[in-house]
Design a protein around this ligand. Sequence first.
Ligand SMILES: Cc1cc2nc3c(=O)[nH]c(=O)nc-3n(C[C@H](O)[C@H](O)[C@H](O)COP(=O)(O)O)c2cc1C
Length: 206
Amino acid sequence: MDKRLPEGVQTLPGVAIWETVFSVAPLVLVGTREQDGAYDLAPKHLAFPMSWEGHFGFVCTPRHGTYQNCQREGVFTVSYPRASQVVITSLTASPRCGIDSGAETAKPIVAAVPTFPAQRVDGELVRDAYLFLECEVDRIIDGFGDNSLICGRIVVAHAAERAIRHEDVDDQDVIAGAPLLVYVSPGRYARIETTNSFPFPKDMAH
Ligand SMILES: Cc1cc2nc3c(=O)[nH]c(=O)nc-3n(C[C@H](O)[C@H](O)[C@H](O)COP(=O)(O)O)c2cc1C
């Protein structure tokens, strides 16, 4: 068998795949409670539903406050910010202040983000985001290199009314009325307001 790569394709050096080629990802704000009782927010793009039965996971290093807070408190929140919130979303990744910048030190910018209390878990959700999840930690799986998978169960979800699909409203109009924010990794983002119906095959099994 001829195992040559097709013309125009090259093997990438090392494992820096995701730094070398663009890919799309969601961008969410994970909220947790810090040891001192304050609330933390941190952006995550490796964050996704893990089933259709209410599992939600995200990838996080144990060095981050978010990981340690999830481990200690057993709950976290997820807010899906709107495209107009990209700056505040980014600012929540500002460095912690303190002697050693460890997880026990403060991230003052978080206090400037407008939030409202979660209903069923001890946490805060980001005001003006469009989808909100309140989660209990189900399991934490360490050992993906330097990273871990934090998997939660969604206890309750909320959504902005204008982001909710309706039988009598075209899906495209819902998205145009509440544009989506995507992270174009590495280092870019996009606002999605125009989409097309996916060309599913006829009689596809769901
Ligand atoms: C756009 C963007 C995406 C990010 N995605 C992730 C991610 O998927 N996983 C992760 O562990 N850190 C991610 N980070 C980095 C953390 O959110 C950041 O280091 C944060 O300050 C950690 O805060 P914490 O100590 O409060 O958890 C991302 C940062 C940005 C700006």
